[in-house]
Design a protein around this ligand. Structure first.
Ligand code: FES
Length: 319
């Protein structure tokens, strides 16, 4: 292949269109190399952001053929091999307001991130001259969330954000919230955690894992959301729908190895809400023969193995 084409989504503040740029292909180059080449040699009006060119600053996130990626880290050779084409479609990150072309507005999200106080809060009695020493084991707990460079790829592909972002934090905000909640040097974990629970929709994540698979730095926001849920239950936040749902799952699987869909809503939402909200759905399911109120799941074959796993996990957690 001697030529490559970028099909770039443009936006001038009012109008959107796709524009194609074709240029000579070179081996061992990145998507960002192509963008810079277009701006330098063909179209100085093309807008995009980049700085370090080393996957450190997080400013060059874009979508390439529908997947969020860091332009400076994404190899053209690999993309052409995967897609078997000489044309790549490049768009701005999803779930952001677009300012111009590939440039998106970070301000509202960074403002929201401040709610989880993404900084260490030291004890007032702390003797600062001693420094903030951490063991290797304590450091490893925060090592993965610390790798986040705020590139926004996780938000772009988040299923919950694409569906309804109201009352739901961006995955990277949960990562920051978790990182400071569990940092052994911090003296106020609930100040980092409570906003995620009360404002951030901690239990709304549907665990589609897009944030994990699309993160160019191997950060695992979905795991940090699970970690925050666990921490929140440990801090006594157990009387909310999400925590009750998790306990209902836990109990059902331990008892029989399968879910009891009759009792799950009752345990999660309570009798009154279940009756007021679920009756029409339950009646429809009954009519279609998809629900049997007289059916109580019997333990699955091998239930002892399931219970053994529970005991092992509990033992592991205690130690
Ligand atoms: S330019 Fe800094 S991460 Fe890509």
């Amino acid at each position: 292949m001697d030529k490559i084409t970028y099909r770039i989504k443009r936006f001038d503040g009012t109008r959107e269109w796709f524009q194609e740029y074709t240029f000579p292909y070179e081996k061992n180059k990145t998507v960002l190399w192509g963008l810079i080449k277009i701006r330098d040699e063909q179209d100085p009006t093309l807008n995009f952001t980049s700085a370090c060119r080393s996957a450190i600053c997080g400013s060059c996130g874009v979508r390439v053929n529908g997947n969020a990626a860091l332009a400076c880290k994404t190899s053209l050779d690999e993309l052409l091999e995967i897609y078997q084409t000489s044309t790549l479609t490049i768009e701005p990150l999803s779930n952001y307001r677009v300012i111009r072309d590939l440039v998106v507005d970070w301000e509202p999200k960074l403002e929201r991130m401040k709610e989880v106080k993404p900084w260490l809060i030291a004890s007032e009695e702390k003797d600062l001259s001693l420094g903030f020493i951490q063991s290797e084991e304590e450091f490893h707990k925060i090592s993965n969330p610390t790798d986040c460079i705020l590139c926004g790829c996780c938000v772009s592909e988040c299923t919950q954000h694409s569906t309804n972002s109201q009352g739901f934090y961006e995955p990277f905000i949960f990562t920051k919230s978790y990182r400071f909640t569990i940092d052994s040097r911090d003296n106020a974990p609930s100040q980092h955690l409570t906003p995620s629970l009360e404002k951030g929709g901690l239990w709304k994540c549907v665990r589609c894992m897009q944030c994990v698979t699309k993160c160019p730095k191997g950060v695992r926001p979905a795991d940090h959301i699970s970690g925050l849920r666990k921490e929140s239950m440990g801090l006594g936040h157990q009387q909310n729908k999400g925590a009750r749902h998790a306990y209902a799952f836990y109990d059902d699987i331990r008892k029989t190895g399968r879910l009891n869909e009759m009792t799950l809503p009752l345990k999660t939402e309570g009798l009154t809400k279940t009756l007021s909200r679920r009756i029409p759905l339950a009646l429809r399911l009954l009519r279609k023969g998809k629900l049997n109120p007289l059916h109580f799941p019997r333990p699955v074959q091998g239930i002892e193995g399931v219970r053994k796993i529970y005991r092992l996990v509990q033992k592991e957690e205690r130690s």
